[in-house]
Design a protein around this ligand. Structure first.
Ligand code: GTP
Ligand code: MG
Length: 182
């Protein structure tokens, strides 16, 4: 069986762990640990019938050291979700200044690894971040799709999961941006 391995990276506090917990429990957790346990979602409850393994990563540093498991997880990833917070400009800037270069540096250059940009906390803003995100999507062909969601009100959580599976199974290249089709 194909196992989709989804790894989530992004700055601290953007809501990576909350997103995973919301997906699993279908409700917003009041308190979350730094990292969610690695979980495997069985094929029969996933939209594309692929067992999917989800790996969380904490953006917090401990004594100035980043999570040592990050490099290892990146090497094994089938798709990487880069999570930012729509109400935090800095976390968006870091997508291009930090995360994409880091991912390119730590992953196999010959195989095209799909990336998904995930703008979390859409419940906190009126305006979409797409204006800022579209130029980034145009610049990097490895970005498969982008989605705005909210762990808090569960908006687009299952869609995000679906896009991640789709990116592994049927990589299309750029670009499909659901928010744009209005
Ligand atoms: P690190 O583990 O430090 O990298 O952070 P993280 O990205 O895992 O963020 P975490 O899930 O710990 O969430 C950080 C804070 O944001 C928590 O207080 C969450 O309750 C809050 N939060 C997460 N998602 C949402 C959301 O969709 N909306 C709102 N309003 N708050 C959220
Ligand atoms: Mg976390």
């Amino acid at each position: 069986a194909i196992l989709g391995k989804v790894v989530r990276v992004g700055c601290s506090k953007v809501g990576k762990t909350s997103l995973i917990m919301s997906l699993v429990s279908e409700e917003f957790p009041d308190e979350v640990p730094l990292r969610a346990e690695e979980i495997t979602i069985p094929a029969d409850v996933t939209p594309e019938r692929v067992p999917t393994h989800i790996v969380d990563y904490s953006g917090r540093t401990i004594c100035g050291i980043f999570d040592p498991l990050l490099s290892l997880s990146l090497l094994q990833a089938n798709v990487i979700c880069i999570v930012y917070s729509v109400n935090n400009k800095k976390s968006i800037e870091k997508v291009t200044s930090h995360w994409i270069p880091l991912i390119n540096d730590r992953t196999d250059k010959d195989s095209r690894l799909p990336l998904i940009l995930v703008g979390n906390k859409s419940d906190l803003v009126e305006h979409s971040s797409m204006e800022t995100i579209l130029p980034i999507m145009n610049q990097y062909s490895e970005i498969e799709t982008c989605v705005e969601c909210s762990a808090k009100n569960l908006k687009n959580i299952s869609e995000l999961f679906y896009y991640a599976q789709k990116a592994v199974l049927h990589p299309t290249g750029p670009l499909y941006c659901p928010e744009e089709k209005e």
